[in-house]
Ligand binder design. Sequence first.
Ligand SMILES: O=P(O)(O)OC[C@H]1O[C@H](O)[C@H](O)[C@@H](O)[C@@H]1O
Length: 305
Amino acid sequence: MTRADSDDTGLSNTDRLFRSAAFTDALQALPGIRVSDGAAGSAFIGAQGAQLLSWQSGDGRERLYLSPTTGGATIHDDAGGEAAAIRGGIPVCFPQFSDRGELVKHGFARNQPWRLAARHRHGATLALASDTITARHWPHAFHAELRVALAPGALRVTLAVVNTGNVPWSFTAALHTYLRVEDIHATRLLGLDGVRYQDATDACIVKTQDEAALSIPGEVDRVYLEPPAELLLEEDGQPALRILQHGFADTVVWNPGPEKARALRDMPDEDWLRMLCVEAACAAAPVSLAPGECWEGGQTLMLAS
Ligand SMILES: O=P(O)(O)OC[C@H]1O[C@H](O)[C@H](O)[C@@H](O)[C@@H]1O
């Protein structure tokens, strides 16, 4: 899209799409909505991809990493570029995880404007349904919903997908959560001892983790198979966050490490030290949905003490 696509309001067509009347707020120039509840904290959900861009727990601490130099479709369009994914928060990867298929990496849903379906007392639901635009990427009829709910000391995110067509289809997906950490060298992930994983840094060879606690000295890119339903993030030797998932078969742990971080154009070089992705995913095997069938999975982040 070019500037010629903008009208006399100065907004490009894409910009207008993401700034529908429902999305009145902005975070780093990305349109969306803020949901808040005093004791439970607040969250910001972007219109693009229904991507959660911030979760501040009740104690005021930001728990999600969002790159300060990230783009997004509206920002990149003005520069004449392609619609771009937002780096950080909780990208919704659907209907494809990573490059495991023919579609654009991590699927198209993260670059689409989602609709605000409902606001709740402690959250909101955003929806994306198949239309002529999604059909250009993927020929299937679907309805997807992302529900965000705040509770004291916790954030619950649920993805639900329905096959609204007449033929079965399958998908892979992830809630690609970027956790904000103070210092990756003082961060450890507990709970994956003895769990098998595909090592994406080593031709996806299946290995077994033999450390009780995973530390991140550099690049890590793993799809854990049959992980436990709960992991614990530890910072400075203290429990920081409990990470629970349901419905999703796998857990992905990703950090680009220093070299790959330098190659990412939308993240400062040093910020691999401040983030760790712990993703609830269906990555290793696709989920099949018959016509009318619904699938649901979610991830819950809870302050640990
Ligand atoms: O840069 P992105 O397209 O957002 O992908 C970021 C990362 O996502 C996942 O965690 C994958 O396992 C990684 O291989 C990938 O590099």
